[in-house]
Design a protein around this ligand. Structure first.
Ligand SMILES: [Zn+2]
Length: 505
């Protein structure tokens, strides 16, 4: 069973401390999605009448709270199962939106979603157990995603482009050419054998200025993907990952497209795609009237060991760290390893995963406190694949990605120090983190280096991978086992990220 993230509940309670309320606006005081119960609960400081709906592709339950302000950055938590994530954000000036997103291939029966108002300020949304969407068309248990042609187990429309899942990604050479009329882009992948579900297929996508993607096996020598695009849309880039497939993204990111024209209709006639409707979920009136304002009679002093719920510890932004006033910035923090993969094991059995998780959680806490949104790829000791980590960041389209690791080298305890890696656009981020890390922790400076790590090469945003020291080092291992040092390290990494955000956003 997976418990709801402690971090999330802590940070969502935090909102109440931050929100300053104009007279008539309500504030979201707390929210929590309990993944073990499939249940969302939230409370506001004034009555609200939410609306709820099921929206397809990706399937998600959207709960809108009109007249409610979030009062902070978007917060999200990711879950490993049929529920992919839950997040709360300011949808527009007057509405806070909570989104519970199902994992790919899952949906829920909207008729079984129960929205209950205990009173106008306390609500719960109970989801039924998510169901797998039948792909074969056999026993379709849930009338959800139609067998539209876009759905393909090896092709995914992500929040930053497309993802093609391949069993064998061939070598790293990718060549891309755009036709003279600018309407087609050919992406050649030498050495790739397409899976059967893609070979010879034309998938209408109608996203990001691309009307369709065609997949062809060009003999044994490789595969060709052909994008049919709007002539004025930007060029596309493709990156191959050894472990999982090909990531396709427009050059310049989605902003290049958002400022562009609408997506053209599919170039070739296709079977009419049944449009999956948005399904409204009825929301009944609250069960009870709004509780009267709490005017507690002051109890006799002796009888109250703890009269009011203890407020969360003061989480005022630290004046010694940059404060960010752009709540739209979201950073993915990726604690390396976890679960069945402990990472490196060093002196005294010190495990990398036990070093990087507490550091990462503290980095996340500090960033949120300083006004930056955070997505954690994991907040507990569990296994996540590398492609799962990058997919989370890419799907959520976060602004930055920072993976946190500890180093190891066999039989050389004299090797100590911290270093930070980047692959392409993350150089400035890596430099900022390394600078702050060395200045604050005084570890040996091993510098900023370029490296072809999977998570650096398959993320669509500036990405850095931090090595916080050697669990095998005679000096580092002692420090890394010390919770106080880990907190210092977390503050140093957070400062590096905040400085970078301050300079670039
Ligand atoms: Zn590692």
């Amino acid at each position: 069973m997976r418990l709801p993230s402690l971090l999330l509940s802590a940070t969502s309670v935090l909102v109440s401390a931050v929100a300053a309320s104009p007279a008539e606006a309500a504030n979201l005081l707390s929210w929590q999605f309990d993944a073990s119960q499939n249940k969302l609960t939230f409370t506001t400081d004034a009555g609200v009448q939410p609306t709820a709906k099921l929206i397809p592709s990706p399937n998600r339950i959207v709960v809108d709270l009109p007249g409610v302000r979030l009062g902070g950055a978007t917060m999200r938590d990711n879950f490993g199962g049929a529920i992919a994530s839950a997040r709360a954000g300011q949808f527009n000036a007057n509405t806070t939106r909570i989104v519970i997103e199902l994992a790919e291939g899952y949906t829920v029966d909207s008729q079984q979603v129960k929205v209950v108002g205990v009173n106008p300020t306390q609500w719960s949304v109970q989801l039924p157990t998510p169901k797998r969407i039948s792909q074969a068309g056999g026993n379709v248990s849930v009338p959800t995603t139609p067998q539209n042609q876009t759905y393909n187990p090896n092709f995914q429309i992500t929040s930053s482009g497309f993802y093609v899942r391949l069993d064998d990604s061939g070598d790293d050479r990718v060549s891309i050419q755009r036709s003279g009329d600018r309407k087609t882009i050919n992406i050649d992948l030498p050495g790739v054998k397409l899976p059967n579900s893609l070979t010879g297929r034309v998938l209408p996508v109608s996203r990001y200025g691309v009307s369709q993607v065609q997949f062809a096996q060009t003999g044994a020598s490789g595969a060709r993907l052909t994008l049919s695009v709007d002539p004025i849309s930007p060029d596309w880039q493709a990156s191959v990952s050894r472990l999982g497939g090909v990531v396709l993204m427009p050059r310049g990111g989605l902003y290049a497209i958002r400022s562009n024209t609408p997506t053209p209709e599919p170039a070739t006639p296709v079977v009419t795609r049944p449009t999956q409707p948005v399904v409204s979920i009825p929301v009944p009136q609250p069960l009870n009237p709004t509780p009267p304002p709490v005017t507690r009679p002051t109890p006799p002093p002796q009888s109250r060991p703890n009269p009011t719920p203890t407020p969360p510890p003061a989480t005022k932004p630290s004046p010694s760290l940059p404060q960010i006033n752009n709540s739209r910035i979201v950073v993915t923090i990726d604690p390396g390893h976890g679960g069945r993969d402990p990472g490196a094991v060093g002196i005294g059995g010190l495990k990398e995963t036990d070093v990087v998780l507490p550091i990462s959680l503290e980095v996340a806490r500090i960033l949120e406190r300083q006004g930056v949104g955070v997505q954690l790829t994991r907040s507990s000791d569990r296994f996540i694949s590398l492609s799962g980590r990058t997919a989370m960041a890419n799907r959520a389209d976060t602004d930055l990605f920072v993976s946190i690791h500890a180093n190891a080298v066999a039989n050389r305890s004299s090797v100590n120090g911290a270093e930070t890696f980047y692959f392409s656009s993350g150089r400035g981020l890596a430099q900022s983190i390394q600078e702050s890390m060395i200045r604050r922790t005084r570890l040996n400076n091993r510098g900023v280096k370029q490296a072809r790590f999977y998570v650096l090469r398959n993320t669509a945003m500036p990405a850095a991978l931090v090595e916080v020291g050697f669990v095998t080092g005679n000096s580092d291992s002692r420090k890394l086992s010390d919770p106080a040092f880990r907190d210092d390290m977390a503050e140093a990494i957070a400062e590096g990220i905040l400085n970078y955000v301050k300079r670039n956003y």
